[in-house]
Write a protein that binds this ligand. Structure first.
Ligand code: ADP
Ligand code: MG
Length: 699
């Protein structure tokens, strides 16, 4: 080391020493770092954290701040030394009990070093101070690493002792190769009792979903977190990490090295999207615009304008994105405010498109398919590290905590996820217990999902629950379910095609709509509002609910509506008030809620036979009553089983139906069979014979 270098070192340490002792926070007029140093010894871990705001350095010691960005390893060592000397000045006894490398300098602040997007990390920054932010997707268990190791020569006649220290965070001491005393090679062992270990944890940070360019695989970077930076944030949280970019060897044949970030600090930024910010001006503008009578309509028109029609589906998705607030009752019970929406429909009716659009404008929106795109699946998983340990990895529903998770093709979901998703939709958490790790992760996520019918196309003659491959317990967690059927209709078809052509060819469908960026801001503001219910709104909902309840039929057990739907009504009305940017929930909001629910119940829970809504069919899985079509199908199936699956005579079918069921009119049964034939439920393989479609001959 040249003399000049030693001079700089001493100079720098002295400057930093004075900075720590004398820096006064301009806002609070307190000795910021002196106070922090005072508190330092009382921290519970061996390694203590001293948070240093990069901005303070920039103001007080700009040259050192620059050096810190360029050569963080060197300057962090200066800072450790200076902090230790400052501590020795104010708390000499405590300082004596520790050593300077036990002070962890945690550089914090948005401007620390170079702020990089994960996508932009390159080898040009290796060894430099960088700041990144993203979504924490994975956190390992706590491992131990050597910090200060005592090596003892195992040669009995020798017993030489050597202490080796880790030179810097992220590194380990190198064991001595040859004993300097007895000159033998590789004789050293570690004496664990006289060795200092340090806790270490590995994390993975992924690009924020909203920053991800469409169609790209999210990039990530692995983070090394050493004591005291243990458990400072959990999977699903947005974090900012300030650290030193480093290169790590990997054990794969294709690639030799990868980046890793040795963290100086990691801070949780909470759960919300921090990118879109609302200014006072934005809020003024939104308030002004909301006064226009067609404001809400224009918002709905702006929701995925390239998709024709489906206004009520768009409205349901918008209300889900905005949502109501969770309520905590005086007895401690929590009522969820999140509105879950399920779209069930024929292929090609724009379910996926609408979900993708919703996620684009929703704060913290994540789109995933039911199969799950990572090993963590939809919820969370405990995953084996390459090193043999365990990591907790968050799946989409946890990553979208406090946001929206769109699950496309939810009917294809894995069985493990079915259980966990229940919990996520009703409670606010997801639990994992596997490989010795038991964890509960927050999942205050709104679920918007789409499912295709079991048989390819929706069959209106089957019950809803028989049409979708989802357990009724899960179906009943959705506040709104909309059916999207693809039924040819000359007029509507022409309009749809014209619309698709217009959306492709020009601006016309986007005329007089708000941009997605505007919608993002609008949603952010709407979410913040806390509208209060008017008595009239409550009265309207109550009246609707009670009038529906009156339709209860004790003979058949037809259940028109349940308390669950009343809670849904309240949530939807509150969300509607927010969507109108109102401070109060009005009768109009109550009507919007009633319309949404009515449409949903009529589409999904309508019982053809009684011409009434029967929610039992979606809540329990089957209605107490069986539809006529079902009755006849059951009889044919039973008869075909008796003859090895061969077709059976129609006449006998009719006879048995009359014998065994409530259907007594042979002509009606014959007509029903013809209808079932037209709908493709049964075939007539020969005149006078009938067979259920898909029924196989038994061997
Ligand atoms: P699904 O997920 O329901 O099977 P998709 O979202 O994949 O359907 O839609 C299929 C295609 O049809 C998409 O390109 C979509 O834009 C188009 N499409 C379907 N319905 C509409 C509509 N109402 N307006 C405009 N385009 C539509
Ligand atoms: Mg689809």
């Amino acid at each position: 080391m040249s003399d000049e270098r030693i001079d700089t070192r001493e100079e720098r340490v002295t400057e930093l020493y004075h900075f720590f002792l004398n820096y006064v926070d301009p806002a609070t007029k307190e000795y910021k770092y002196k106070d922090r140093l005072h508190e330092l010894p009382s921290q519970p871990r061996r390694f203590k954290i001293l948070r240093v705001d990069f901005d303070d350095l920039v103001i007080s010691l700009p040259e050192i701040a620059m050096e810190l960005s360029r050569d963080p390893r060197t300057v962090i060592e200066y800072m450790q030394e200076a902090a230790y000397e400052a501590l020795a000045n104010i708390r000499p006894l405590d300082a004596e009990a520790m050593s300077k490398d036990e002070i962890h300098i945690a550089i914090v602040g948005e401007a620390a070093g170079t702020e990089l997007r994960i996508r932009d990390i390159s080898s040009a920054y290796v060894g430099r101070l960088i700041t990144i932010s993203g979504l924490l997707v994975k956190l390992s268990q706590v491992y131990l690493k050597l910090h200060k190791a005592m090596y003892v020569c195992t040669n009995e006649d020798c017993g030489e002792e050597i202490i080796r220290e880790a030179r810097f965070i992220g590194e380990e001491p190198t064991p001595p190769k040859e004993c300097p005393s007895c000159k033998r090679k590789n004789t050293f062992r570690i004496d664990p009792r006289r060795t200092i270990y340090k806790d270490v944890q590995f994390a993975r940070i992924q690009e924020k979903p909203e920053e991800l360019p469409p169609g790209q695989i999210p990039r990530f970077i692995d983070i090394v977190l050493e004591e005291p930076l243990i458990d400072v944030a959990y999977p699903g949280e947005y974090v900012r990490v300030v650290g030193i970019l480093d290169i790590d060897r990997v054990k794969s044949r294709e690639a030799r090295y990868q980046f890793r970030l040795v963290a100086l600090s990691m801070e949780s930024l909470g759960k919300e999207n921090v990118e879109t910010k609302l200014t006072k001006k934005d809020i003024e503008m939104l308030k002004e615009m909301s006064k226009s009578p067609d404001f809400y309509d224009k918002i709905l028109r702006s929701f995925s304008p390239s998709i024709y029609g489906h206004r009520h589906v768009k409205e349901a998705l918008l209300l889900a994105i905005i949502g109501a607030d969770d309520k905590v009752l005086p007895d401690g019970n929590r009522i969820r405010g999140r509105i879950h929406v399920l779209l069930v429909g024929d292929p090609g009716v724009a379910k996926s498109q609408l979900l993708k659009y919703a996620v684009q404008i929703a704060p913290k929106g994540i789109y995933t398919s039911g199969r799950g795109s990572t090993a963590a699946g939809l919820t969370a998983a405990v995953i084996k590290d390459p090193g043999g340990g365990m990591s907790l990895e968050a799946g989409a529903v946890v990553l979208a905590d406090m946001g929206i998770c769109a699950i496309d093709e939810i009917d294809k979901m894995r069985n493990e996820d079915r259980v966990a998703i229940h919990e996520a939709m009703e409670q606010l958490t997801v639990s994992v217990s596997k490989g010795g790790i038991i964890a509960t992760l927050n999942a205050r996520t709104t679920i918007i999902a789409a499912a295709n019918p079991k048989g390819g196309r929706y069959n209106p003659h089957l019950y809803f629950t028989d049409n979708v491959n989802l357990p009724p317990t899960l179906i009943s967690r959705f506040d709104i379910i909309h059916l999207m059927r693809d039924i040819p209709d000359p007029k509507a078809d022409e309009e749809l095609i014209d619309h698709i052509i217009m959306a492709r060819e020009g601006e016309k469908v986007y005329e007089d709509t708000f941009s997605p960026d505007f919608l993002k801001k609008y949603i952010l503001y709407a979410k913040r509002l806390k509208p209060v219910f008017t008595e009239e709104a409550y009265a309207k909902l109550k009246e609707f609910f009670l009038s529906r309840r009156k339709k209860y039929d004790p003979d058949t057990g037809t259940m028109p509506i349940t308390n669950r739907q009343f809670e849904a009504l309240i949530r939807i009305a509150e969300a509607s008030a927010k969507a109108h940017l109102r401070e109060v929930v009005t009768v109009e909001d109550a009507e919007i809620a009633i319309n949404q629910l009515n449409k949903f119940l009529r589409e999904v829970a309508f019982d053809e036979e009684s011409q009434e809504v029967d929610v039992t069919s979606i809540l329990v899985g089957q209605s107490k009553k069986v539809s006529k079509v079902h009755t006849v199908l059951d009889i044919i199936s039973e008869m075909q089983d008796e003859v090895d699956g061969n077709p059976v005579p129609i006449e006998e079918v009719i006879k048995r139906v009359v014998e065994k069921t409530r259907l007594k009119d042979p002509d009606e049964i014959a007509r029903l069979l013809d209808k079932m034939h037209d709908q493709g439920l049964v075939t007539y393989p020969q005149p006078g014979l009938v067979s259920i479609v898909g029924k196989r001959r038994k061997k």
